[in-house]
Design a protein around this ligand. Structure first.
Ligand code: NAD
Length: 265
């Protein structure tokens, strides 16, 4: 018998890409707290194993797959292995992503391609692999794509990043339309500044370019969030759980800011 007070994801198998750390870890743990079993797809299996332990501490089953979301064959193999192990997939969170702070005049073709490969193409490949199994198996489910406030209100230096995250929003709208007849909802979340290793790295890069300290840059960044504080990974997880659960059944094609008021500041 479950000891969970939140049972919204009981008996549901959720795949979280980029679940080794940061927001992906927060989402994986939050899903488990709502009763889910979780498969983690990440290029960092040792770190992902720590997330899997946290999921198990919440009472969920967890498996880790070392997979690069830009590798179509690897994604297909991992999706099949995840179904073999934990059963049909009911939810997917496309969270794996990369971000570099690079102004236009220093942006290389490789920088541009990396953002689109991981953030946009990765979302496409994993969505296609999971959605095709949902459709074939008549499984009603939910896809949550992690975009960013940077899709709508990017900072300087986020040209490639912001454009790739805007692509995710457009893709979300199309998937919502195409998959609705199969009982699959598709939405996006737009986090503001969340306390993760990615943000620490971004602050360091931005500090190097501007000559300010990472703490100064963080203070300036938080100043433009109405709530004036950094977000926590599980705060993004709370909203992901809503969208992945039955409570989110009448929400699709939407993009929801989880941003401490950044987009309204
Ligand atoms: P993070 O760098 O801390 O974690 C990202 C995870 O994705 C890591 O575990 C990494 O190994 C994995 N990953 C990267 N490339 C991958 C690939 N090709 N295949 C599989 N896994 C891969 O980042 P985070 O801050 O937790 O961000 C998570 C998501 O949220 C990203 O999509 C990011 O763009 C988005 N986001 C973050 C913030 C923020 O403030 N942290 C704000 C808005 C949006």
């Amino acid at each position: 018998m479950s000891t969970h007070t939140d049972t919204r994801l009981r008996d549901r198998h959720i795949v979280v890409t980029g679940g080794a750390r940061g927001i992906g870890r927060g989402i994986a743990v939050r899903c488990a707290r709502a009763g889910a079993d979780v498969s983690i797809f990440d290029t960092k299996p040792e770190v992902a194993a720590e997330t899997a332990d946290l999921v198990r501490e919440e009472g969920g089953e967890a498996e880790v797959y070392e997979v690069d979301v830009t590798d179509a064959e690897g994604v297909e193999t991992a999706v099949d292995a995840a179904i073999d192990s934990l059963g049909d997939i009911h939810g997917l969170v496309n969270n794996a992503g990369v971000q570099q702070a690079v102004p236009l005049l220093e942006t290389t073709e490789d920088d541009w391609d990396l953002h689109f490969e991981v953030n946009a193409k990765g979302t496409f490949l994993v969505s296609k692999a999971v959605a095709s199994r949902m459709v074939d198996g008549d499984i009603e489910g939910s896809i949550v794509n992690i975009s960013s406030v940077g899709a709508e209100r990017p900072f300087s230096g986020q040209g490639a990043y912001g454009a790739s995250k805007a692509a995710v929003l457009a893709f979300t709208t199309v998937l919502a339309k195409e998959l609705s007849d199969h009982g699959i909802t598709v939405n996006a979340l737009k986090p503001g500044t969340v306390e993760t290793p990615m943000v620490e790295e971004w602050l360091d890069e931005h500090a190097e370019q501007s000559g300010k300290s990472p703490d100064e840059i963080l203070a300036e960044t938080l100043d433009v969030h109405i709530l004036d504080r950094i977000g926590q990974p599980e705060e993004v997880g709370h909203v992901a759980v809503l969208l992945l659960s039955e409570e989110g059944d009448w929400i699709t094609g939407e993009s929801i800011a989880v941003d401490g008021g950044y987009l309204k500041h």
